[in-house]
Each structure stands twice: as structure tokens, then as C-alpha cells.
Design a protein around this ligand. Sequence first.
Ligand code: HEC
Length: 128
Amino acid sequence: MKKTLMIAAAAAFVMGGMVATTATAEAGALGKCKACHKLDSDKKKVGPGLKTVFGRKNGQMADMKYSKSMKAHAGEWVWDEEHLKEWVCDSKKAIKKFTGDDHAKTKMPPQKKCGEKADAVVAALKAL
Ligand code: HEC
């Protein structure tokens, strides 16, 4: 009986540690985004809420005043892994590529989260 309790306590400790690690990774990957985005809802802050952004089409949040380019091209792509990765690396470049318009501009400054860092951001967004 005592042994079982100890194993249960040890398991709870390990699981608790895992939760803490995930939460820290998420805060690290999305920490910068929080300055402009709500992560726990879809309400706008400076940018649109990101709670359900993964798998959502671009430019869909009614309460958000998107840039001209984002508005004009709303619904033309889905925020899947590929698009999100390019977006968080360099949104300035990405908006031109996604819209097919060399003059397209976004209100969101480039976040320079590229490569593995972008992977971490996308994973954290998925988990919201
Ligand atoms: C300085 C403020 C700012 C920061 C920091 C910022 N964003 Fe944004 N974000 C915006 C704004 C403003 C828009 C709207 C862009 C437009 O209309 O062109 C936006 C749009 C977006 C969109 C498109 C949503 C939609 O509804 O189509 C995604 C996805 C996004 N941001 C993700 C992120 C992530 C992830 C981070 C952190 C790595 C981040 N943003 C950091 C301001 C910011």
C-alpha cells in the first residue's frame, strides 16, 4: 500500500513536471505575440485573437481592423503550418507571397521566428 502511494506520488510529480515544461515552452514561443495578441480568446488586442487561428482562414475576425492588403485578400489562405511558419518568420515578405501582390503590406511587424523557432510557435498555436 505504501509502495503504491509512493509510485503514484512519483508519477504525479513527473506529470506535473511535464505540464510545467509545456507551459514554459509555450510562454517562450508565444511570449512576444502576447504584446499584441490575445491567446486565450479570439478578441482583438492590437492584432486579432489567436485562440482558434490554427486552421482558420486569414482575415476573418469581425472585430479586427485589418490592413488594406489583409482585408482585400481575406479568406484566400488557411493558417496551416506552412503559412504560419512563413508569417512568424517574416510577415512583411509573407503577405506579398500569400497575396501574390508585390506591394501588399501588413500591419504586423516581422517577428523573425524562423526555422526551429517557427516550428515551436506553430506547435504552441496549435495547442491553444
Ligand atoms: C506589434 C504587434 C504584433 C506582434 C508582436 C505580433 N503580431 Fe500578429 N498581428 C498583428 C497585427 C496588427 C495583425 C493584423 C495584420 C494585418 O491586418 O495586416 C496580426 C495578424 C496576425 C495573424 C493573422 C490572423 C488573421 O486573423 O488572419 C497571425 C496568425 C498572427 N498575427 C500571429 C502572430 C504570432 C504567432 C506572433 C508572435 C510570434 C505575432 N503575431 C506577433 C500584430 C502583432
